[in-house]
Design a protein around this ligand. Structure first.
Ligand code: BDP
Length: 695
């Protein structure tokens, strides 16, 4: 097995970020937790092996001494790992684990045969592995070990990464190089990096990976590709990570040479049954499919006059005998331009509630439009009462500055997760979910995510899917301690906690949305009005003109999709929180806000504030020189410089455009845009990364 090189005393040598948050560095002797041996009698069981290998790697590096893996307890300060069935010492302790979830773990300090030991156990090996990572995290981040039994279980069963990776290794909306799945060399060669990918995921509790793009390719279901997927599944299995694929609805035509993909056609149904059985013959624990149907040109049941439920149920029926699940995406919009695109998902899916098979899960983006820097939560959360829902968030920063902008997304996801639905008592969005799926930001770049800080978003996905009540700040603190070290955690967390709001401010304050340039979505394009469909154009979303700005979603009827409690809050501009004002209302430029400023004055102030936040993040980071290794320090420094330049670009281009509509002067004390609107409109980035969308 490939192991990361943990260099004991090199904390200030240039690092490249490959180790992610699993940087095991020597702890000062006075702060070390002594560990003499790892007692694991069933050392060859695959998942236990992953657990003891990780403990050995981490403990040896942190304590700078050898820690053998043994089957007999012979020394003080041993770590005992295993389930009661695989470790007799643990069985002897008679810990009652029966009610526990099979992924839960227990840590208990104990005395066995007169020796002080740390016990890491669970009913299943998977829990033991999670416990091992937790134990290392505690030591690495300088946190004390609990003095009595500690128990942790994941809140959700489904904690998934969705890779938007194509079979040619390009990654849709990927800013970190190529896909980590090297389909061409698979199955004969499996890049050892996949093991490190698995370790990283297991360390934060992610238990499933959808390998392929939602804009899918039927070929992944061809026999030779099933072998390739099997090779990945075999590699991820010891780490408790199941493999899923995206299912192309028209695969029976493209691969099976049938004339139709109509879900009610018996031949089509048989094709899916046979194909799915073939997959399960090779990969008995295959997780299932994600399907994007009748959305952005993808085929689906509506092509045959059938509903989303009829389409989903047909594939779900074929998966059911094997225990597979179907995640059917609610990100749909039909061919006609709607009154409000934000209303589409609810409009199509809410009426289908109750019509889906029990192994169908509707996968809903966190907001009603499309991963924008700020949106209210989707009205489908809480409205689907008979259908399980999965929240889909975008870890890759398509709309928040690609890899170069520092934007910690934990705060954004927390905002959605912690929102009350106002439908049933104290219910929050997080109470309505069966899982969380994150669109991956992982690629072949040495640092995995394209930037060091973007690793935090991968980390936060796993941690919040394990426990959505953890809080973004706590997660940021954990990540910062593990990734940059305990001494710099405070300033790093402070940068992270402000970062997303800074992006909101310099790209679209007060609830503005969908203002980016066409296709690649890099940089501002609020003026765009010439795309094939009205609801692809930023002008459709902001509705700005000479007199006012904002989308009146009360008049559009969209507000009615939310519970009456929200209708009361968001129904009037005066009661709507200002950060969503222009999302729900069209107001005159002269509309006054609580600050006493007009909407126009407030917008200019916020755009400007967004830029100054980046300037201040740069200053905060600059102070960490010498406290963070030179390699990562330099890259973050350069990226923050890019972010400042681009934040100013967003601000200036947006202000120039709004002025061209409203003809208003800039409020006193604010710098005018550096260039003319024509200049900003002329900027083009034909080769911006991640733009492989062909749908
Ligand atoms: C949009 C992306 C597009 C995806 C789509 C989706 O721009 O590349 O295919 O989401 O989620 O935000 O299906």
């Amino acid at each position: 097995m490939l192991m990361l090189t943990a260099s004991a005393s090199s904390s200030l040598l240039a690092e490249d970020g490959y180790e992610l948050w699993m940087r095991y560095r020597t702890v000062p002797v006075a702060k070390q937790v002594p560990v003499s041996q790892i007692v694991c009698p069933f050392a060859d069981a695959a998942t236990l092996k992953a657990a003891h290998s990780e403990l050995k790697l981490g403990l040896e590096a942190m304590n700078d001494r050898t820690v053998p893996v043994v089957s007999k307890l012979t020394k003080q300060d041993a770590v005992l790992i295993g389930t009661p069935l695989t470790n007799e010492y643990i069985a002897g302790l008679n810990l009652d684990l029966r009610p526990f979830d099979d992924e839960a773990f227990v840590y208990a300090p104990a005395t066995v045969n007169g020796k002080r030991v740390h016990v890491i156990t669970g009913t299943e090996q998977q829990g033991v592995l999670y416990g091992a990572f937790w134990f290392l995290r505690q030591l690495q981040s300088g946190k004390p070990l609990p003095k009595s039994r500690y128990y942790s279980a994941p809140r959700y069963k489904l904690r998934l990464l969705n890779h938007w990776d194509n079979l040619n290794r390009s990654v849709e909306r990927g800013y970190a190089g190529q896909s980590i799945w090297d389909w061409h060399k698979l199955p004969d060669y499996v890049d050892p990096r996949i093991i490190d990918y698995a370790r990283a995921n297991a360390s934060i509790g992610i238990n499933g990976a959808v390998l392929t793009n939602v804009n899918s390719n039927a070929m992944v279901l061809r026999a030779d590709y099933i072998q390739k997927t099997k090779a990945i599944a075999d590699t991820l299995r010891p780490y408790g990570i199941k493999v899923y694929l995206t299912g192309r609805f028209s695969a029976p035509i493209e691969l099976g040479k049938l004339k139709t993909a109509d879900p009610l056609d018996p031949e089509v149904q048989q094709w899916w049954k046979d194909k799915i059985s073939e997959v399960y013959r090779e990969i008995p624990d295959f997780g299932g499919f994600v399907v994007k149907a009748n959305s952005e040109g993808q085929p689906g049941p509506q092509n045959y006059g059938r509903s989303h439920a009829e389409g989903a149920n047909m594939i779900a029926d074929a998966l059911a005998p094997h225990g597979g699940i179907l995640m059917w995406r609610a990100f749909v919009y039909d061919d006609k331009t709607p009154v409000d695109r934000a209303a589409q998902a609810y409009k199509e899916f809410q009426p289908l509630d109750g019509q889906f098979r029990s192994n169908v899960i509707v996968q809903v983006k966190n907001g009603p439009i499309d991963f924008q820097p700020r949106e209210p939560f989707s009205p489908l959360f809480g409205a689907l009462q008979k259908t399980p829902a999965l929240m889909e968030v975008q870890v890759t920063k398509e709309y928040l500055g690609f890899a170069t902008h520092l934007a910690y997304l934990g705060t954004m996801w927390q905002e959605a997760l912690a929102s009350p639905t106002r439908r049933r008592g104290q219910e929050k969005v997080l109470d309505t979910l069966t899982g969380i799926a994150g669109v991956s930001n992982i690629g072949s770049d040495r640092n995995w995510c394209g930037s060091h800080f973007d690793q935090a978003n991968w980390y936060a996905l796993g941690r919040l899917a394990w426990d959505p009540t953890l809080g973004a700040e706590k997660v940021a603190d954990e990540w910062a301690r593990l990734t940059f070290g305990t001494t710099v955690a405070k300033p790093v967390v402070s940068m992270m906690m402000r970062s997303r709001e800074a992006v909101v401010d310099y790209t679209g304050p007060l609830g503005l949305t969908h203002l980016m340039a066409t296709g690649h979505h890099y940089g501002p394009g609020p003026w765009v009005d010439n795309l094939g469909r009205a609801d692809w154009n930023p002008v459709y979303f902001h509705r700005g003109d000479r007199d006012g700005i904002g989308f009146d979603r009360v008049a559009a009827g969209t507000l009615k999709q939310y519970a009456p409690g929200w209708q009361a809050v968001w129904g009037k501009p005066e009661t709507t929180p200002e950060n969503l004002l222009l999302w729900f209302h069209h107001v005159p430029w002269s509309y006054r806000l609580s600050s006493g400023k007009t909407v126009w004055e407030e917008m200019v102030a916020r755009y400007t504030h967004g830029v100054s936040e980046v300037i201040s993040m740069r200053a905060e980071w600059a102070k960490l020189g010498g406290k963070v290794d030179a390699g990562r320090f330099a890259q973050v420094t350069e990226f923050l410089k890019i972010q400042e330049k681009e934040a100013k670009w967003w601000r200036d281009a947006s202000i120039a455009y709004w002025q061209s509509l409203n003809g208003l002067p800039l409020p006193k004390g604010f710098e005018p845009p550096e260039h003319s609107l024509e200049y900003y409109k002329s900027i083009s980035h034909p080769y911006a990364p991640g733009n492989t969308h062909t749908g």
